[in-house]
Design a protein around this ligand. Structure first.
Ligand code: ADP
Ligand code: MG
Length: 731
């Protein structure tokens, strides 16, 4: 029996102890978080008031007050059994990072006490010189500093033998440059706040102090049995399968989507949800996705900063809990070829501090005008900065989704739905100098309907779709930290909100009444940005041609998409809104190109080893079997007079020759890959990335093609790599 087949016999569901009836979620939601409510209970009124002012007006607290909060946090965490604390941050690797410290300090010779000061709460110094900085940190000041982000509550992570207090932090250089993904997000919310509040003032909302972005990321993922995973070097090293023949049954029957969730999987989902609820992560929906063994979790939306932290935490939880159930959670964008990959639909909207969603049409003509003004700003932002949106989802994993044979394409466009499109086209036709009540009714905006509530009016192929009261950015990859996409969306929208407000002011200053001025600006924006709107099927070649005619970008390569970060117009934009400095932006460009290269190198080197140490030897075994069979048959023919017809012998010989040839191709392309990697060492990162995209990836595909053909003929017990039909179907 082969290695792979042995593993097949080991696959079984994990035996779970039956637990008592689950607790009511409301009774423990957020119990492991140091929420504002918990903080309020543990600190003085004055300090709490100072903290609230910090959050709403940005006036920082004193060190004494920080000490009080730190002490309360420590007491709370220790009462829950925590013995360590860590500043939890999000370096540019896209993962989360933590360096744990114990609460202890010496209180006398050989004696310790638990201590945690305001200083330690506010600032940490993880000596994190190995994190990527893209050249921001020179080696002589290699330190990075973590600084408390009080807008995201501290939380406790439990493991079997202990608990750790985690404090969300930003990660900055000595000079304050952002070395992480979180600080730019916080800055972008600041920018958005200013611009949106400014626009709302024009609409007469003098009482609104704060506008922020809200976000609900829908997390897709695959689960496979750990026993299979252990035998797949490619999954372990690269997170995706680099070879593997398609399973005869894939997703063509569409029998998985929203299907009954297998018990083993639903148990996993229950446990993830319980862990998430303890951390205050509002998981809401869970279901089977389109591909076999593909699933989704979606949360209730939250303020973006929290949503981003929560999504990072959720991904960590999913990986951890899957292992407890004998499975591995795959977050890669394309773990299996030939079936759907995984994305993370980023639902995004704007909310004010009075609880209004700015992308909800209202009940009155005035509120609808405001809704349309915000909508126009979104259209303009996407139209002008599609390149930045594309760059925000540029990574090696996502390259297999965007612009490949599945959704969404690398062309950024906006879907609005039939009703809204109709309204906009009326507006576009232009408005009169003076708009009467009657005109507003005629324009169809006196009372706008609730859009797209009917899910049949959905366009699931659009990368940036309006879905009733929010936009859904569907190009984000499943493994991505959503902070950067959100920061980019926030910034480009902030700029367009400013633009719309500025234009309205210009028009009213000529004496025009406010409503007419707003309509005029909206209609002008609609006209100018029309090309970004597309209601049809985004997966067709027709759209690719049409988009080209319209001059829309269609950038398949990651390294090309990332170039947007180096363009002067974009650098200026981010500088103006204080989201990234020039250095910070360029640093990110370099880091992400470099990460692309590293990813490709890991993949290619893994493939080379798999081919040489596992696939080719399996091929040789089969080759030998065929050669020996042929040899023995010929001997029998000669010695014992076995009757063998010519066609029979020819068939055997042809088959052997075919296998020999396939092995040859596999080896030839693999050697070419190795040579190319060697050559690439001499190139700078940009050139290297281009070479990998243009030449290494096609070579890898060639290798794969022949390997997959071999997989289908080599005797089953000689093939050690778990097959798609097993990984995806035996549960
Ligand atoms: P849909 O079916 O239109 O996708 P759902 O209600 O299922 O809508 O929501 C999908 C995701 O969008 C959820 O995670 C949800 O929390 C999020 N979402 C809903 N409204 C908003 C909003 N105003 N801002 C951000 N995200 C939102
Ligand atoms: Mg959705």
């Amino acid at each position: 029996m082969g290695m792979r087949q042995e593993v097949l016999f080991k696959i079984k569901s994990v035996e779970l102890d039956k637990i008592n009836l689950p607790r009511k979620v409301s009774s423990y939601f957020g119990e492991n978080t140091f929420s504002t409510e918990v903080m309020r209970k543990h600190i003085s009124k004055a300090t709490f008031a100072a903290f609230k002012t910090w959050m709403s007006e940005g006036k920082t607290i004193t060190l004494k007050q920080a000490n009080e909060i730190a002490d309360a946090m420590k007491k709370w965490a220790m009462a829950k059994g925590a013995t360590y604390y860590t500043h939890w941050f999000q370096p540019m690797t896209g993962l989360t990072a933590e360096k744990h410290d114990s609460f202890i300090s010496f209180s006398g010779p050989g004696k310790v006490i638990e201590k945690f000061s305001g200083n330690k709460l506010i600032q940490g110094e993880p000596d994190a010189s190995s994190f990527p900085s893209g050249g921001i940190r020179a080696t002589f000041e290699a330190r990075g500093y973590t600084a408390w982000d009080p807008s995201s509550p501290a939380f406790i992570i439990e493991s079997a033998l202990g608990k750790t207090l985690c404090i969300p932090t930003i990660f900055i250089s000595y000079h304050g440059e952002a070395l992480d993904k979180k600080l730019p997000l916080l800055r972008s919310d600041e920018a958005l706040n200013k611009s949106a509040v400014g626009l709302l003032k024009l609409f007469g909302h003098k009482d609104i102090k704060k506008v922020f972005s809200t976000c609900g990321p829908e997390q897709e993922y695959f689960l496979i049995d750990k026993n299979y995973y252990n035998l797949r070097q490619d999954l372990i090293m690269a997170g995706r399968t680099l070879v593997g023949a398609p399973s005869p049954k894939g997703q063509q029957l569409e029998d998985q989507y929203f299907g009954t969730i297998k018990e083993r999987v639903v148990n996993f989902m229950f446990e993830v949800a319980e862990e998430a609820y303890k951390l205050g992560i509002p998981i809401m929906t869970r279901h089977n996705e389109v591909a076999p063994h593909q699933y989704e979790f979606a949360p209730i939306f939250e303020e973006s900063n929290l949503a981003a932290d929560h999504n990072q935490l959720l991904m960590e939880l999913m990986k951890k809990v899957a292992l407890r159930h004998g499975m591995v959670c795959l977050l890669h964008e394309k773990p299996f070829a030939g079936i759907n990959g995984s994305g993370k639909h980023l639902n995004w909207s704007l909310a004010d501090d009075k609880g209004n969603n700015l992308l909800n049409p209202g009940e009155t003509p005035e509120s609808n005008l405001q809704f349309l003004a915000v909508l126009a700003a979104v259209l303009r932002a996407v139209y002008l900065h599609a390149d930045l949106l594309r760059s925000s989802v540029a990574l090696a994993g996502n390259e297999h989704r965007l612009g490949a044979n599945e959704a969404p394409p690398a062309i950024i466009s906006v879907f609005l739905g039939a009703q809204l499109t109709a309204v906009l086209s009326m507006l576009e036709k232009g408005v009169k100098a003076r708009v009467s009540k009657r005109d507003i009714i005629d324009l169809g905006i006196a009372r706008l309907p609730r859009f797209n509530k009917d899910s049949t009016d959905r366009n699931r192929t659009s990368p940036f779709a309006f879905t009733g009261s929010k936009f859904e950015f569907r190009a984000v990859g499943s493994s991505q930290n959503i902070s950067t996409p959100i920061a980019i969306i926030n910034t480009i929208i902030a700029e367009s909100l400013d633009y719309v407000a500025g234009e309205i002011k210009k028009v009213t200053s000529t004496g025009k009444d406010f409503n007419s001025a707003v309509l005029k600006v909206i209609s002008q924006v609609i006209k100018e940005t029309k090309d970004i709107c597309f209601e049809g099927n985004n997966y067709t070649q027709d759209w690719v041609r049409e988009a080209k005619k319209r001059g829309l970008g269609n950038v398949a390569a990651t390294y090309k998409a990332l170039e947007a970060l180096t363009e002067e117009k974009n650098i200026k934009l981010f500088e103006r809104y204080k989201v990234f400095s020039r250095e910070e932006l360029i640093a990110r460009y370099h880091i992400w190109i470099h990460m692309y290269n590293l990813t490709l190198e890991i993949e290619a080197n893994t493939l080379i080893e798999m081919v040489n140490a596992s696939i080719v030897p399996a091929g040789y075994k089969y080759e030998k079997l065929l050669a020996r069979t042929l040899h023995e048959l010929m001997a029998l023919k000669k010695g014992a007079g076995l009757r063998l017809e010519g066609v029979v012998l020819k068939d055997k010989k042809d088959h052997l020759a075919e296998v020999v040839k396939k092995i040859y191709y596999v080896r030839r392309n693999t050697n070419a890959m190795a040579a190319l990697l060697e050559h690439a060492k001499k190139l700078i990162d940009e050139k290297r990335a281009a070479l990998y995209f243009k030449e290494l990836k096609p070579l890898m595909e060639h290798v794969r093609k022949h390997v997959d053909q071999l997989e289908c003929v080599v005797s089953d017990n000689a093939w050690d790599l778990p097959k798609y039909r097993e990984m995806l179907f035996i549960k």
